[in-house]
Ligand binder design. Structure first.
Ligand SMILES: [Zn+2]
Length: 299
């Protein structure tokens, strides 16, 4: 195993290689599973300079799943989003109040929440997205990484009723520290909504890893290592509990097979397709093996 591996959640130095790696800047970054707490994370982590470059302007404007995050133009996706459901959902948790979105991109959802009376703050690493939010919505987003340096400067203890983290925690180099900070800035009884991708929890991924292990091969990704932690329902629950949250609710969800783009080889895609429908109903009926993990963590 890699030298100096240290689990971000439990600090253990013992981990096993998952047959999954990124080829990034002429070196391999492997996925490891901690032997103690089972958290799966990339090791070694990319350098902070490399991470900054990964989220430059083209992250939001390029549409090419071979080199970037997704096929759809991300900016177009954000601007065409329907935020009415999100607002309706928010009303169930608090009628009015203070909301922080971490990794708020161009601020579209915050803008919608602000318009119906919520007090909003947003944190976003991409200066392109922050400029966009200022110009188009008049929002003053915090253009800094989400880390403890923000405390008592831009954000404060027990400031927020709700913290939203949509597809962001898996991008962090130190997710445990981030969740400890989220716990601190929530009001007593406040809630963090955490949405995570979980495609490695799918049946097809589990089968692929099994076959890769048997044959001594591995999946090599050539897109940049955007996801530094691969969560399961258990590992995110443990991370929230250890960060001081009193109650954690996890719901697995899954995209309908017809909406899932395929990025693998012919054989990989064939296996995936044949398992997608059984997997879809397994998740819908029994709440397991989904590719989306939705979490409510209460302080
Ligand atoms: Zn661990």
């Amino acid at each position: 195993m890699a030298k100096d591996f240290e689990c971000n959640l439990c600090g253990s130095k013992k981990a096993s290689k998952v047959p999954f790696r990124y080829l990034f800047k002429e070196r391999y970054l492997w996925l490891y599973q901690c032997d103690t707490c089972m958290l799966r994370s990339i090791w070694p982590l990319p350098k902070s300079q490399e991470i900054e470059e990964m989220y430059a302007a083209d992250y939001f404007t390029e549409a090419n799943s071979a080199t970037h995050h997704m096929d759809t133009d991300y900016l177009a996706l954000l601007n065409n989003g329907d935020y009415a459901d999100g607002i309706e959902n928010m009303r169930k948790y608090c009628q009015a109040g203070s909301i922080l979105e971490i990794g708020c991109a161009t601020g579209n959802f915050l803008n919608a929440l602000n318009k119906v009376g919520y007090t909003v703050k947003g944190i976003e690493l991409s200066s392109f997205a922050v400029d966009y939010a200022k110009k188009n919505f008049g929002l003053n987003l915090i253009n800094k990484p989400f880390d403890p340096a923000l405390l008592n400067n831009e954000i404060f203890e027990t400031e927020f009723d709700v913290v939203i983290m949509g597809d962001v925690l898996e991008h962090f180099t130190n997710p445990t520290e981030a969740m400890q900070l989220v716990q601190k800035i929530l009001k007593p009884g406040g809630v963090a909504f955490i949405h995570l991708p979980g495609s490695l929890n799918l049946l097809s991924s589990k089968l692929a890893f099994f076959v890769y292990k048997l044959t001594g091969k591995q999946k090599t990704m050539t897109i940049p290592p955007y996801h530094l932690t691969e969560f399961s329902g258990n590992s995110i629950t443990l991370m929230c509990k250890q960060s001081g949250f009193s109650k954690v609710l996890v719901k697995h969800d899954i995209k309908h097979p017809s909406t899932i783009p395929l990025r693998g080889t012919f054989i990989e895609n064939l296996i995936k397709k044949s398992m997608q429908y059984p997997n879809y109903y397994l998740t819908k009926w029994f709440g397991v093996a989904g590719d989306r993990i939705n979490v409510e963590a209460y302080k």
